[in-house]
Write a protein that binds this ligand. Structure first.
Ligand code: FES
Ligand code: MG
Length: 585
């Protein structure tokens, strides 16, 4: 089989070009023989750096990947990927997902690479790299950096993100001071690796395994464990074989594989960011996947994983209890994995790899017959304010259910008064304002936080109630918005509303004091005003020049705003999906 890299390095029809291509790759010690003897050239797409502490351990792991590549007869070319640190990038890391995707596509398409190892981990690095591999479609395998170890504050587990959401309520009521707050928050980040809760990172790394793009077990081994380095070595070996087998993302990330990922997402209590990112990967792969699929395929699947924010434990416990393999095995046994025949990077179908994997600790991973919660996937909400919004049912607390969803005359539904905020600054400025008269019969609404309104879409919908309400024991109110929320949040928010206010969505017409009806059975959120009043407000808004959003701060913000889609469709750059499998064109 002719290798793609031979177009660059071994092309006698174009001697001058070949000489130019080869020459500079010899100057760090590679030999002509190595570059022209048909050895696969394997890229390591390196996401680790000092700017990306979650993925920084990949710099170490890459050494083991390189050893694996060389042991299998390949040549390694490591290159940097534009960093995306979830907790470091302003205004939000998700602004950069599509930028990283674009730059990776150029690297994979434009350089002499036969295959690539995708070093995934921190939230958006995973979708960005899978999206790039999907578009270019050269053999690709993902390697998780692995989660952090368990965090501890005293005898309590301290989970990244989750601990902050709890501690900020205690800070708001004066129960703890700022120093204790900071101590608790930082205790939740105890080692290298990605967040140790089932936030967006653990979710996306688990889904990258379920969709077939990682070796079995790769998602959940903690970053500092020796198995992590061993997995890096195995991954390096395997990508070389994949090049010889010509096993490409299009053979693996099929519609069936995405359906498997949706099922796993419900079983692990995965992040509300997952539909956004997996829909984006699917779109770049040319696979049709929508938010409706997440409800249809995922809603009935029970919650098996007792991991924060839906449960009690953390990622290290999850790994020890059997990790993704145990959960997939449980789904397979229950015939709840829709496509057992789906192909994986191992070259074998998913059923053959995971059947028989055992749950080691049933406190952490429950069996399918004795789950933590039944039917715990997402609902795809619709109504007269938006076409699609996600609700994560696995985080609805008994207290919340009792307060809002237990009226015998109107089960699973409630009506409440909207309190509307335009962006996170507005929320912070006004949430404690007594004039708003916020009580338990209110829904906090955040708009101006979608891909256009807050470039990249902000994680701000999990708003906490005013301090006075928390002191009265009401620690959560229903929330709704066109932004996202952190995957580590336990709030049952209605999120990712599309189209957003800034894209002409009716959320822009909502006013504080309006009545809203939220009905989980009908999957609807409706603004309780007449059609006439709605039209009047629409006219007034248009006359005023539409929903106002802040100016872009950087060239990329402006470029992306000019061509980005909505959250329900994965927030992809609209021109991108027409470029498919470009390494084969
Ligand atoms: Fe990087 Fe959570 S901040 S994984
Ligand atoms: Mg996040």
């Amino acid at each position: 089989m002719k290798l793609r890299s031979q177009e660059w390095f071994d092309n006698p029809d174009h001697p001058d070009l070949t000489a130019i291509y080869v020459g500079h790759y010899l100057n760090f010690g590679l030999t002509l023989e190595e570059l022209t003897s048909g050895k696969p050239i394997i890229g390591i797409a390196q996401t680790g750096s000092d700017l990306s502490p979650c993925n920084r351990h990949h710099i170490e792991l890459a050494k083991r990947v390189r050893s694996g590549i060389e042991a299998a007869g390949g040549i390694c070319m490591e290159f940097p990927v534009h960093p995306i640190q979830e907790t470091g990038k302003r205004p939000t890391a998700s602004l950069d997902r599509n930028l990283t995707y674009l730059s990776l596509v150029e690297c994979l398409f434009g350089y002499p690479l036969d295959g690539v190892v995708l070093t995934i981990g921190c939230d958006k690095t995973t979708p960005a790299l899978l999206m790039g591999a999907a578009t270019v479609n050269i053999p690709a395998i993902a390697l998780s950096v692995g989660p952090m170890l368990n965090g501890w504050h005293g005898k309590e587990r301290a989970g990244t993100g989750s601990t902050i959401w709890t501690a900020r309520k205690q800070l708001a009521t004066g129960e703890i001071d700022f120093a204790t707050f900071m101590e608790m928050a930082t205790a939740s980040v105890p080692s290298v690796g990605f967040c140790n809760t089932m936030g967006t990172a653990s979710t996306m790394n688990s889904l990258a395994e379920a969709v077939g793009m990682q070796l079995p077990g790769s998602a959940s081994i903690p970053a500092p464990y020796r198995e992590r380095g061993q997995m890096a070595y195995a991954t390096g070996r395997r990508i070389v074989e994949m090049v010889h087998e010509d096993l490409k993302p299009s053979d693996i990330m099929t519609r069936g594989a995405f359906e498997n990922a949706i099922a796993l997402n419900s079983a692990i209590g995965g992040s509300t960011n997952a539909p956004i990112h997996m829909n984006a990967v699917a779109t770049q792969m040319g696979v049709d996947l929508s938010t409706d699929d997440w409800e249809q395929i995922g809603h009935e699947i029970p919650l098996l994983c007792n991991v924060q924010p839906s449960g009690d434990y953390l990622a290290e416990d999850f790994h020890r209890a059997g990790g993704v393999p145990a959960v997939l095995s449980e789904l397979l046994d229950a015939k709840a994995l829709p496509h057992p025949e789906a192909m994986t990077v191992s070259g074998r179908p998913i059923a053959a790899l995971y059947q028989g994997a055992k749950i080691v600790d049933e406190d952490v991973i429950r069996s399918f017959d004795a789950p933590l919660k039944p039917a715990s996937g997402f609902l795809n909400m619709k109504g007269n304010l938006f076409d699609s919004a996600i609700l994560k049912t696995s985080v609805i607390s008994p207290d919340f259910r009792q307060r809002y969803l237990s009226n015998p005359d109107d089960p699973n539904a409630f009506e409440a008064r909207a309190i509307v905020f335009d962006g996170p600054e507005d929320y912070h400025a006004r949430i404690e304002d007594p004039a708003l008269k916020i009580d338990e019969n209110c829904v906090l609404v955040m708009r101006g936080a979608g891909p256009l309104g807050h470039p990249g879409a902000a994680e701000v919908v999990n708003m906490q109630p005013p301090a006075a309400l928390i002191k009265r024991g009401i620690s959560e109110l229903p929330t709704l918005g066109d932004g996202r929320q952190s995957g580590t949040s336990g709030s049952p928010s209605i999120l990712n509303a599309s189209p957003e206010a800034a894209a002409g969505g009716n959320l822009a017409l909502l006013q504080t004091g309006d009545g809203l009806r939220i009905d989980l059975t009908k999957r609807r959120v409706d603004l309780l005003i007449s059609e006439e009043e709605m039209s009047k407000r629409r006219e007034a808004l248009e006359a005023a020049g539409g929903y106002q959003m802040p100016a872009s701060q950087t060239p990329w913000q402006e470029i992306q705003r000019g061509m980005v889609g909505q959250l329900n469709e994965g927030m992809v750059l609209k021109p991108a999906p027409k470029y498919q499998r470009i390494a084969q064109t």
